[in-house]
Design a protein around this ligand. Structure first.
Ligand code: FES
Length: 442
């Protein structure tokens, strides 16, 4: 790992109404992001419904580190580092599957689903002091799960997942999950992947940007209006009743609920005059009561960033994976609802495909903008990016969240405030954390 440059002045680079372009282009800053944001904080890894049976696994990343999310023989979700404890070979190559053990291909050591070392080849040549129980696959030091969302932290110390998320985020996750009348998601529909040649934070910021859609997605919106009469530009203009929210700790959302209430759009599926729409509505009312069912369906999921790498967008889980300072991968998981008529899930998949799918009409617009951003940053006579929109006009809501109009840059400022807070933390904490992690033997 390259040494981080000493003395990057994050206070100067991130100001209340602007950020310096180097935060997207400087490799030294990227290295520190990996350490301080991804290797120390809470990072989203996967969803429990992806691994329903013992032996089911998914190969994931926390920052630079390869991690296996696996359900062990006791039914527990484990996060294991994909690194053989003999001489560091990656024990898992496949992205997904079901196994009874993980066997390292190099010299044949075998590990149980909970990481325990259960087989050493030609063990007779090890000294008598060798203890198999000391060489299990290392576990991610901390794992936290909320409503099936699995987060890991490579640091053994730090705030709890509960503290990291906070109540406003948990309420939004509840709205996202409780679209299922049995309160369970199904994240096995597949994954849609894309990459772009620009910094990872462009996708983070853009996911919470209510200012760009009417321009970046102009063609898509015009098509929707022509075909359905729905005028999405009404949502994303400066007179819209839609809101931006700073949920704390870098989490943020675009809040469509006031708009949906006014238009009745969130309830459209459930109130469609179809047998399946009616069946869904009745199942929701039976489970939650009419008032809460109406609240859940009006929200229509959520549109939220959970800092740093998870975005929940109505029908989709989006995971952002930094590759290099100017290269990013994004994995989209269309989310199905358990306990609903199949037509509801079919409608969710079609909605995902229409905007985000490989032949969709919208997501590629954003990727083009990210790459143009990275090109624009090469011109450095004026190195600043402006984030002043709506500054000074925010209101503090009763739940403590900071609220602005939907085209305001409240969400961007929320992200950068947290980014600066994390990036200015003492690196000594990281060194202690790494040492502590090294003591944890699987
Ligand atoms: Fe895995 Fe040798 S590196 S058994």
């Amino acid at each position: 790992m390259r040494a981080a440059r000493v003395g990057i002045d994050y206070e100067a680079l991130v100001q209340e109404d602007r950020v310096h372009g180097s935060v997207y282009t400087d490799p030294a800053i990227y290295e520190e992001e990996m350490e301080k944001i991804f290797h120390r904080g809470w990072v989203y890894v996967g969803h429990t419904s992806e691994i329903p049976h013992p032996g089911d696994f998914r190969l994931r990343q926390i920052g630079r580190q390869s991690v296996i999310m696996v359900r062990d023989s006791q039914g527990q979700v484990q996060l294991l580092l994909n690194r053989c404890t003999h001489r560091a070979n990656a024990v898992c190559q496949m992205e997904r599957g079901n196994v009874t053990v993980f066997r390292c291909a190099y010299h044949g050591w075998t590990f149980a689903l909970d990481g325990d070392l259960v087989g050493v080849t030609y063990a007779d040549r090890y000294p008598s002091s060798f203890r198999k129980e000391e060489y299990g696959l290392r576990k991610v030091p901390r794992i936290g799960v909320y409503r099936g969302f699995v987060f890991g932290s490579l640091s053994p110390v730090g705030i709890t997942l509960d503290e990291h998320l906070g109540q406003p985020v948990k309420e939004q996750i509840d709205l996202f999950v409780d679209l299922s009348p049995v309160g369970e998601l199904d994240v096995t529909a597949g994954v849609h992947k894309y990459g772009y040649r620009a910094n990872w934070k462009f996708q983070v910021e853009n996911s919470m940007d209510g200012y760009h859609p009417n321009f970046t997605h102009q063609t898509f919106f015009a098509n929707i209006q022509r075909r359905t009469g729905v005028k999405l530009t009404d949502l994303f203009n400066s007179r819209s009743v839609g809101l931006t929210r700073d949920l704390g700790n870098g989490h943020a959302m675009l809040d469509f609920r006031p708009y949906n209430r006014a238009k009745g759009t969130g309830l459209r599926v459930a109130t469609m005059p179809t047998p399946w729409g009616q069946a869904y509505w009745e199942a929701m009312v039976n489970r939650y009561g009419k008032e809460r069912a109406q609240e859940i369906l009006t929200a229509g999921g959520t549109h939220m960033l959970i800092f740093p790498n998870l975005v929940l967008l109505g029908v989709q889980i989006r995971v952002i994976r930094p590759i290099r300072v100017d290269e990013t991968e994004v994995f989209l998981y269309p989310v199905l609802l358990q306990g609903v008529p199949p037509e509801v899930n079919a409608a969710r998949l079609r909605a995902h495909e229409a905007f985000y799918g490989p032949a969709g009409g919208g997501a590629t617009d954003d990727l083009e903008m990210f790459e143009r951003n990275q090109i624009g940053l090469s011109a450095q006579l004026d190195p600043w990016l402006l984030l002043a929109r709506g500054l000074g006009q925010e209101k503090r809501d009763a739940d403590g969240t900071l609220v602005g109009q939907i085209t305001d840059e409240v969400t961007q400022r929320a992200i950068w405030r947290q980014w600066k807070k994390v990036m200015t933390q003492d690196v000594a904490v990281r060194r202690r954390a790494r040492h502590g992690a090294a003591q944890q033997v699987g």
